[in-house]
Design a protein around this ligand. Structure first.
Ligand SMILES: [Zn+2]
Length: 304
């Protein structure tokens, strides 16, 4: 008896075979002709940080980091969420980071020109991203399938992995996830505590490529007690900046860093305070994408 498979059926079978084979890194790299999938990626979200605060604060270490990485500095882009959860879901589920697609905005901030990441979607499997990932529940799991060590360190309470509405990062995204109360906005030493935990993770000694995420709560209200104002958030960011060298010391020696805010904040504009609602001060956020190399950073850091 001759087995007959209709054309459409054959196409579906090939698609399923392709999905299966994509689980094997060798097949994946050959298919997408990529060798970039060995580069570590570090995503740092400075929670609630406004664009104007990022620009105006005295942040000499971040400035030197930009110089050492030939980065353009802060670019103003549009967030995909008015508060922490939707903004981070957009980034880590679909790979859709804040962007501005107007023609004068350069890649990768302009997603029409370049996508850093893109999940394979049911209606659009092709990725066309700088970092293609195989079919997976989300891009973090996709990097895991490529052999990455995936690690997250939460800050604000949306990352409390002991509570059922915020344990998704540990259960569905990162293989290793760390959160504790003194990483959050309730603790004035949260950023130092996070750096101490990261040091214990020994990422700087890791042989595998790393997909690492850090949410910094210091810039979230109450701004380490500096006051609910632009000045208060500026001082909180300046504190974060003072510890940037310590953070870089405990990260891998080379990586692509995405430094950005998940959403902004209102300080009385149009009578509004805080976030979780629409306002340009909330939707417009700072974003910097930079190629970090330890030796370049150390030489820039040593300059007066
Ligand atoms: Zn947030």
């Amino acid at each position: 008896m001759r087995l007959s498979v209709p054309f459409a059926g054959r196409f579906r079978l090939l698609g399923r075979l392709d999905l299966f084979l994509e689980r094997f890194p060798g097949y994946f790299r050959a298919k997408y002709e990529t060798d970039l999938s060995r580069e570590s990626i570090v995503v740092v979200t400075l929670d609630s940080l406004r664009f104007d605060v990022a620009q105006q604060a005295e942040t000499p270490n971040i400035r030197k980091l930009f110089q050492a990485s030939a980065a353009d500095g802060w670019i103003k882009v549009g967030s995909h969420g008015t508060y922490t959860l939707p903004s981070h879901i957009s980034m880590f589920h679909a790979g859709i980071f804040p962007c501005d697609n107007r023609p004068d905005i350069p890649p990768p901030y302009n997603r029409e020109k370049e996508k850093l990441f893109k999940a394979q979607l049911a209606w659009e499997r092709t990725t066309g991203a700088r970092f293609p990932t195989p079919a997976a529940p989300n891009i973090v799991r996709g990097f895991e399938r490529l052999g990455y060590r995936t690690v997250g360190v939460g800050g604000v309470h949306w990352f409390n992995d002991s509570f059922i509405t915020s344990d998704l990062w540990k259960k569905q995204y990162f293989r290793e996830f760390h959160w504790q109360e003194d990483f959050s906005e309730t603790c004035n030493r949260a950023f130092e505590n996070q750096i101490n935990r990261i040091k214990e993770l020994r990422l700087h000694r890791e042989k595998r490529p790393v997909f690492f995420f850090l949410n910094v709560a210091a810039t979230h209200t109450p701004y380490m007690g500096f006051g609910k104002s632009l000045t208060g958030q500026k001082k909180a960011l300046e504190y974060v900046d003072s510890l940037v060298p310590e953070l870089l010391d405990v990260l891998p020696g080379r990586f692509l860093m995405l430094l950005l805010s998940d959403h902004g904040e209102c300080f009385g504009e149009d009578g509004l305070w805080g976030h979780s609602f629409y306002h340009p001060s909330i939707m417009e956020v700072p974003f910097a994408c930079l190629e970090y190399q330890k030796n370049r950073w150390l030489s820039e850091r040593g300059r007066p």
